[in-house]
Design a protein around this ligand. Structure first.
Ligand code: GCB
Length: 858
């Protein structure tokens, strides 16, 4: 038989594609490699919206006639979000959904000993029949995962069952005493006659000793698929899989022809474990209570969009494991399967889900695409022992909760059809993945209880933002207790929580919504404590492992959701190390939390509190090589109020088995008049220091004026509305100093800085917070520029530096129709020890100011 001579192949065809944005006749082809997205840059630039439309890819593939007898598939691991594939001009298939894999059998369109044109049309346009419809992340378009050309013998393990591996591993009787594996294999026969074949299964341990081998002969009719279910005998005293001991057995599945020649083969990790939930006692792994603590993850990465090389993605999983987490929720869509395999190997439990987020469309087409997506998801991710939960919806009533346009009837209908879809998906998931927990994530709203949608899945994840979007950090426990009391049969966990944090923001008085790392620590510590105290809470997954792209957002970095434990480029924030101190008990370590600062300006004081994280019990703190204090770590943390001296200060912490150090330049500001001021930045109207890391300038927290220093003589911090966090003006154009502009002082007519005599450049920073760009417009390219036309909101003021008028009739609404970050600079000669007084003299409305920078020109 010919087929045994030609090797089946699996070739990655990532390089040298031609890509054209828009229509394929547009003739602006460029050569690119996969993975690729066309939204890598435009989802982060200043103008609102990113390209959501069509892109074309094409490539020539040569097929030698020696491969004529093989069956050829194009295997796409992920294309966002709708794909049409053509071979030599023939439409070979369409796939909907951006996060699951798909295969097309292209054999019948191939010309042998010739080049074949492969064309792929991709669209990331909004499509009301494909989830996600709406979500807090960017829907980057493109072929953003690998593409493979898979060539198989005429009989092979099926590639046509929703692009799964073609076999499904189930476990039976798993316990400490014994464990069994049952495998269902699908075999496709493309021959025009009935064939006789053999399936061989062999199970080996991690040391490669074969434990069991099983063979089964069968025959398949011409052009048919055979399904075989083979139960391997139980093995005794199996080594159980867990995050602590991720022991993996290996299954080898091979398909042979009647002469014993191998036609196809696959390998699969086998992990013996069992998981259950109890409404009172939380989650159980291998029969023991097991608190799950970990993170959510999005797949994109700074500079790459969603087209992230797999080696970078794998680093995420190592970072998460190294932090000591035992679970990852891959949010809000299936992530690369390579990562799931790594979770098997490293020992991380997995929650995997499909992207039905915020709302659903009441159409058959939408329901169908959700169910197909879940079928792909379950079948493609079925075999990973790390996957313990399959989910299908996230905060599905979010839009309904904020809907003030629909009628009561429309809202009632939405509850009904959403529930109906959830019920179908729940039943489907239970049926097709019987050994997994079903799970759903909800937001803080009674709609889920009222509609009873929260009673559908086996485990409920609450996404809770107490202490951020609403209420206070310690209100979490009250909420959890209340839920437990009202729904005593429901198993719950906290599936999301976390505040935004920016490494450029530091404060000694952390406050809700200030984006400081210090507030991030307060909130995560508080949640950890409250969850740890409650046995009925299965665990928690922080939102989010890393900062991620969300085009419509305006956090301290525009277009990025900054709730990450690590930054968008995966550099850890302080909080990552705190988690490591609490959770990682393997590698002893200590970390000083001041590392993002190499300058410290202390106004009228010499001491500053620092935090140190360690998984050790105790340590010693040295400042400038002199013993300063014994440290005792509680819940991973020790703090010390350190006295600093002017200039370079060396901080060192030593524990039994680890040490860390940091050098920081300290500027003690006691009497400005007596100091030579090179540069002084002030973050007007704010309680936090903002470090402009690009220019190495610290804008110091504001203060009321006191003699020989600086400060405001009147005014109060500006708030757009009563709800504090909404008071931060987002989406400021023309700057990357957002946090400097986002906080400001209103109604301040006089600001005094007692700098010594000299020649200075003074820069003042302003923004009109009431101006709107198109920040309200979410997820599309529509723009709505609304300047203030309400004259009563205008503010017009003159700006004076001492007695000199530097700007007259300054009117941001009139002069800058967009929300611009405005800098005004003037040079001034200060004499007679008068310092500088900045006067903002109102002619209409209340003046306001965001920042001041003084630079010595002498
Ligand atoms: C949520 C959503 C998540 C958002 C997050 C946030 O509850 O599930 O997609 O990114 O809140 O940061 O607001």
């Amino acid at each position: 038989m010919f087929s045994s001579k030609i090797e089946a192949q699996n070739i990655t065809i990532n390089s040298g594609w031609q890509f054209s944005l828009g229509n394929k006749t547009s003739n602006n082809w460029e050569t690119i490699n996969l993975p690729h997205t066309w939204n890598k840059d435009d989802a982060f630039d200043d103008k609102k919206g990113y390209y959501r439309g069509i892109g074309w890819y094409k490539k020539q593939l040569f097929f030698s006639k020696t491969k004529r007898n093989l069956i050829h598939y194009l295997h796409f691991k992920g294309v966002n979000q709708e794909t049409d594939v053509y071979v030599n001009g023939n439409h070979v298939g369409n796939h909907k959904g951006g996060y699951t894999a798909f295969n097309f059998n292209i054999s019948k369109w191939i010309h042998y000993d010739a080049y074949n044109l492969i064309e792929v049309k991709v669209s990331n346009s909004h499509n009301k029949n494909i989830p996600p419809l709406d979500a807090d992340f960017t829907f980057y378009g493109g072929i953003y995962r690998d593409v493979e050309l898979v060539s198989k013998q005429q009989q092979h393990i099926s590639l046509s069952d929703f692009a799964s591996e073609g076999f499904y591993v189930d476990y039976y009787h798993v316990s400490e005493e014994k464990a069994g594996v049952e495998v269902k294999v699908l075999i496709d026969n493309f021959e025009h006659s009935r064939t006789s074949n053999v399936i061989r299964l062999s199970l080996s341990d991690a040391e490669n000793n074969t434990l069991l081998t099983e063979k089964r002969s069968f025959s398949v009719n011409a052009n048919q698929t055979s399904v075989l279910t083979i139960k391997l005998p139980e093995i005794n005293t199996p080594k159980l899989w867990s995050p602590e001991t991720p022991y993996l057995y290996k299954l080898h599945v091979s398909l042979l022809d009647k002469n014993g020649i191998v036609l196809d083969e696959k390998w699969q990790n086998i992990g013996f474990r069992w998981v259950s939930v109890d409404a009172n006692k939380g989650l159980f792994l291998n029969g023991k209570p097991y608190k799950i603590i970990g993170v959510n993850r999005h797949q994109d990465y700074q500079g790459y969009g969603n087209a992230v090389p797999i080696h970078l993605q794998k680093k995420d999983i190592h970072l998460i494991k190294n932090m000591g987490a035992n679970i990852i929720r891959f949010a809000h869509y299936p992530h690369s399967q390579d990562l799931l395999k790594l979770c098997d190997e490293l020992g991380l439990l997995v929650w995997s889900e499909i992207p039905i987020v915020n709302k659903v469309t009441n159409s058959k087409a939408f329901y169908d695409s959700c169910l197909t997506m879940q079928e792909e998801h379950l079948k493609q991710y079925y075999n990973y022992p790390s996957v313990v939960m399959f989910g299908y919806m996230n905060e599905i009533f979010l839009r309904l909760a904020f809907d003030n346009k629909s009628t009561t009837k429309e809202k009632e209908d939405a509850k009904v059809y959403t529930y109906k879809l959830a019920k179908q998906l729940e039943d489907f998931t239970r049926k097709h993945a019987p050994n997994r927990l079903t799970v759903m994530a909800l937001h803080f709203n009674e709609l889920y209880n009222d509609t009873k949608i929260a009673d559908l899945s086996m485990l409920i994840g609450w996404n809770l933002y107490f202490g951020w979007y609403h209420d206070k950090i310690y209100d979490l426990g009250t909420f959890l207790d209340d839920q437990h009391k009202r729904f005593p049969n429901r198993s719950i966990m906290v599936s999301e929580y976390g505040p935004g944090a920016d490494i450029r923001i530091a404060t000694t008085i952390p406050k809700k919504y200030d984006y400081s790392q210090q507030y991030q620590l307060l909130l995560h510590k508080g949640y950890y404590q409250q969850v740890a105290e409650r046995n009925f809470v299965a665990g928690m997954t922080a939102w989010n492992f890393a900062d991620f792209g969300s085009e419509f957002r305006g956090d301290a970095i525009p277009h990025v959701n900054q709730k990450g434990l690590v930054q968008y480029n995966r550099e850890p924030k302080d909080i990552y190390y705190w988690y490591k101190a609490v959770l990682n008990q393997h590698e002893s370590f200590v970390h000083i939390a001041l590392k993002h600062q190499n300058m410290l300006h202390l106004v009228n004081e010499t001491s500053y509190p620092i935090s140190i994280f360690s998984n050790q019990k105790a340590g010693k703190l040295y400042i400038n090589d002199v013993f300063f204090k014994d440290l005792e770590f509680k819940n991973g943390l020790a703090t010390a109020l350190v006295s600093f001296t002017e200039g370079e200060n060396h901080i060192k912490v030593i524990t039994n088995s680890s040490e860390d150090s940091h050098t920081i330049q300290v500027n003690l500001i006691g009497n400005l008049k007596e100091e030579k001021i090179e540069r002084l930045g002030i973050n007007v109207g704010s309680h936090f220091n903002f470090i402009d890391s690009e220019n190495q300038i610290t804008f110091i927290a504001d203060r009321p004026y006191s003699k020989n220093l600086f400060g405001y003589l009147n005014g109060s911090p500006f708030n757009l509305s009563k709800e504090k966090h909404q008071g931060i003006p987002y989406d400021i154009r023309n700057t990357n100093l957002e946090p400097l502009y986002q906080t400001m002082l209103e109604d301040c007519t006089k600001y005094k800085i007692d700098i010594p005599n000299g020649y200075y450049k003074i820069t003042l920073y302003f923004v009109e917070p009431q101006l709107k760009n198109d920040a309200d417009i979410i997820y599309n390219l529509k723009t709505s520029k609304k300047a203030i036309n309400n004259k009563s909101k205008q503010r017009i003021f003159n700006i004076l530096l001492n007695q000199t008028l530097v700007e007259s009739h300054f009117n941001m609404a009139e002069q800058y129709p967009e929300k611009y970050g405005i800098e005004k600079s003037a040079k001034i000669n200060i004499k007679n020890n008068e310092g500088v007084t900045i006067s903002l003299k109102p002619m209409e409305g209340k003046p306001l100011i965001s920042g001041i920078l003084i630079e010595n020109l002498n």
